[in-house]
Design a protein around this ligand. Structure first.
Ligand code: NAI
Ligand code: MG
Length: 540
């Protein structure tokens, strides 16, 4: 798959679902686990008994030095099913000692093992085998992901796991194309640069796209010949362990990828502050990103890349095709239960089309199919955990209290699990909390604007700068906005287009550095300048 557009894939899979054909009705309606409602007052109704996941949890230990092992303390922690809050499995809890063991293994694999020393072509072939195995086990991996995270199975199976496969193949292609330069220096010297792996990479990933984040980080690190200690998020440890087993099966030598499940302040902090880790890559909240940067600075000054939060504008101009813009703006914010760092969470709409846009956005949100993520046709599952669930409900309350108009949703859905009604606010003002802070949930805030200069200033008035959507048919407007917006990605008449080759990362407090594409290789390489005198200047 050369390029994969999440939103178009979603609309295709959603449109083909028969359950969406029976929409509407005034009152909350539960049918075979699909929940729809049409008023903000929709009562909390019980969703059906959850569907049994079509997979078993087999791996719960830490992956260190090519073996699955218990944590040094013997401690475990429960990982929960967001559909119910029930325990799925108890997972080994990594802490400082386990991180030390993992780093020793990664260090040994880097300093003495075959991985950095084998030909780049051999590394490439192993990465291709990893991709083949992930592809073969696509559906089991997707099922684990849905169970642990709550995202619709269709999305995990048709988007996220295939993107992991694609990322591995993309970076397998880079492995034997990494090389330095010959530099034309002044004077009688032959100068060249060697591009060398950086060493042991520490990688800390979040729970919203556990497999994509794993792929964005492992792919370039491994292609460049590094070894890795990866910490998954405590909410979603399961899918990475499954992938870890496949990496071993594909022939990755022991110690090249070590996976430590565990919590941030313990295992995560141990990685960020480890003296023997040469680089750390983090994705998560801006607050934790700052902590990681501080820990790296206080320890060995390891270089840090950060992919953090956002409050991305989605700008609908007066000439936009309103129906298309409504659909895309909806997907831009509601995709993945709203748990996207680049969610288009500030929908700016030109005043001439504002009222029509609000009406249609409300109708679209009401039609959104919410329910058991294992059920076909479901667009939205539960939020990942009770902490996120409560945080989102607090933001919704603050929107109401601050005077935004609640058009749809506004409450939890059902009494079990972490389901939230797709929520739409209109008349949102820039200074409201819901327009400034990252909600990370299914909540759309629609703001009105009059002209381009005004919307540019307001869109840029944020501490974040991750992404933006622009909806217009006017080329001049598109050109003006793409240059004026201070963000790492601009999607014009599209959104959430994620391709392995396209860089992603943030301006301002949305992060440091870029992931994916050729840009991510630089995060995992050292550049060594090598100078040799030319004994005869005439050779120059
Ligand atoms: P978080 O940033 O605390 O967690 C992300 C990762 O960092 C997890 O693996 C966690 O264990 C680790 N971590 C936490 N504290 C750490 C520390 N002191 N040292 C090293 N690693 C540490 O995010 P959390 O608490 O899961 O979610 C809070 C908010 O963050 C969300 O509501 C959302 O707004 C935002 N977020 C943004 C993400 C993004 O993709 N940019 C992803 C996840 C959360
Ligand atoms: Mg879980």
């Amino acid at each position: 798959m050369a390029s994969r557009r999440i939103s178009s894939l979603l609309s295709r899979s959603i449109a083909s679902s028969p359950s969406l054909l029976s929409l509407g009705g005034k009152s909350p309606h539960v049918s075979r686990g699909v929940h729809r409602y049409s008023t903000a007052a929709a009562a909390a109704a019980a969703l059906e008994v959850p569907i049994s996941p079509p997979v078993k949890v087999e791996l719960t230990q830490l992956l260190i030095d090519g073996k699955f092992v218990d944590s040094a303390s013997g401690k475990t922690f429960p990982t929960l099913d967001p559909r119910t809050g029930d325990v799925i499995a108890h997972v080994a809890e990594g802490d400082v000692e386990d991180v030390n063991r993992a780093v020793s293994a990664a260090r040994m694999a880097f300093d003495e093992g075959p991985w950095p020393r084998m030909t780049a072509y051999e590394r490439s072939k192993i990465l291709l085998r990893c991709a083949d195995l992930v592809e073969k086990h696509n559906d089991e991996i997707a099922a684990l992901e849905t169970w642990d995270n709550g995202k619709p199975y269709d999305q995990a199976a048709k988007v996220e796991v295939p993107m992991l496969t694609r990322l591995f193949r993309y970076y397998a292609g880079w492995a034997d194309k990494i090389h330095g330069l010959t530099v034309p220096a002044d004077g009688p010297h032959h100068v060249q640069t060697l591009h060398e792996p950086i060493g042991v990479a520490g990688q800390i990933i979040p729970w919203n796209f556990p497999l994509l984040m794993l792929a964005w980080k492992l792919g370039p690190a491994l292609a460049c010949g590094n070894t890795v200690v990866l910490k998954t998020a405590e909410q979603t440890p399961l899918s990475a362990l499954y992938v870890g087993k496949l990496l071993l099966e594909a022939g990755l030598p022991p110690g090249v990828v070590n996976i430590v499940s565990g919590f941030g302040p313990t295992a995560g902090a141990a990685i960020a502050s480890h003296m023997d880790i040469d680089k750390v890559a983090f994705t998560g909240s801006t607050g934790t990103g700052k902590v990681v940067l501080q820990l790296a600075a206080k320890s060995n000054l390891k270089p840090v890349t950060l992919e953090l939060g956002g409050k991305s504008p989605f700008i609908v101009c007066e000439d936009a095709d309103v129906d298309k813009a409504v659909e895309l703006a909806h997907l831009a914010v509601f995709f993945n239960q709203g748990q996207c760092c680049c969610a288009g969470s500030r929908t700016f709409v030109h005043e001439r089309v504002y009222d029509e846009f609000v009406e249609k956005s409300k109708a679209r949100a009401i039609k959104r199919a919410v329910g058991d993520p294992f059920k076909a046709g479901i667009e939205q599952g539960p939020q990942v955990d009770s902490e996120q669930f409560k945080k989102i409900l607090r933001y919704i309350r603050s929107g109401i209290e601050n005077g935004a108009t609640l058009q749809a949703g506004g409450d939890q859905l059902g009494s079990k699990g972490y389901y939230i009604q797709p929520t739409v606010f209109s008349d949102v003002k820039d200074e409201m909390v819901i327009a400034k802070e990252e909600i990370f949930g299914p909540v759309q805030s629609i703001l009105k604007f009059k002209d381009l200069e005004e919307v540019i200033a307001r869109a840029n008035k944020s501490c974040y700068g991750l992404a933006a959507g622009v909806f217009t048919q006017n080329l001049d407007t598109a050109n003006r906005l793409m240059r004026a917006l201070r963000v790492g990605s601009v999607w014009i008449n599209c959104f959430d287009v994620f391709d392995a080759a396209v860089p992603f990362g943030g301006y301002k407090m949305s992060g440091i550095g870029r992931e994916k594409g050729i840009y991510s290789l630089n995060n995992y390489l050292q550049v060594k300048a090598v100078v040799t005198p030319l004994t005869n200047p005439a050779w120059l």
